[in-house]
Design a protein around this ligand. Structure first.
Ligand SMILES: [Zn+2]
Ligand SMILES: [Zn+2]
Length: 167
């Protein structure tokens, strides 16, 4: 996703809004066994501070992820906020070195990796098909949301087993 800053560059202290529309990178979700089901859309508003362009953006998309308990796939809406600091190459001395900056050349700033990173950070850590998902039986593998099984769970958490003895 390329932002064209040609116009905003001419107007220090002014802001400009840029629509965002790009495809999600499925490789981001490969390790989680997921994929994007909608494009990434959003908006970023940038201010020309005179020495750089700073701003905030928001993004939304949808991803298909397997439930972390039962592996059933479900679509999760993802909403993310992100901050941007864009600095033209050669002017980065104006910037505090511990700021997270994106350097660009000419009039065009590529913020694709910032977008993908913001989406990645907003993914659910523990996606669940529902808050009370029963998960798979650790003994027979049956999805206990679909049908309960009759397995005895011998391999109980040792802390729980101790608690059960006490009760
Ligand atoms: Zn589930
Ligand atoms: Zn079972």
């Amino acid at each position: 996703m390329i932002l064209n800053l040609r116009r905003l560059k001419l107007y220090p202290r002014q802001s400009e809004q840029f629509p965002i529309s790009t495809e999600g990178n499925d490789q981001l979700l490969a390790e989680l066994g997921g994929k994007f089901v909608r494009p990434i859309e959003g908006e970023v508003e940038l201010e020309n501070t005179g020495s750089m362009f700073t701003g905030r953006g928001w993004l939304r998309t949808g991803v298909m992820l397997p439930c972390s308990r039962c592996l059933q796939e479900k679509v999760f809406p993802i909403v993310a906020d992100f901050d941007l600091v864009l600095v033209e190459r050669g002017r980065s001395s104006a910037v505090n070195s511990d700021q997270d900056i994106t350097v660009f050349d000419g009039d065009e700033a590529d913020i694709e990796s910032e977008i993908q990173q913001a989406i990645f950070m907003a993914l659910p850590i523990c996606p669940l098909c529902s808050g009370d998902c029963l998960g798979l039986c650790p003994v027979c593998g049956q999805d206990r949301n679909v049908q309960p099984c009759c397995c005895e769970e011998d391999e109980m958490d040792p802390r729980l087993a101790k608690l059960k003895d006490l009760l």
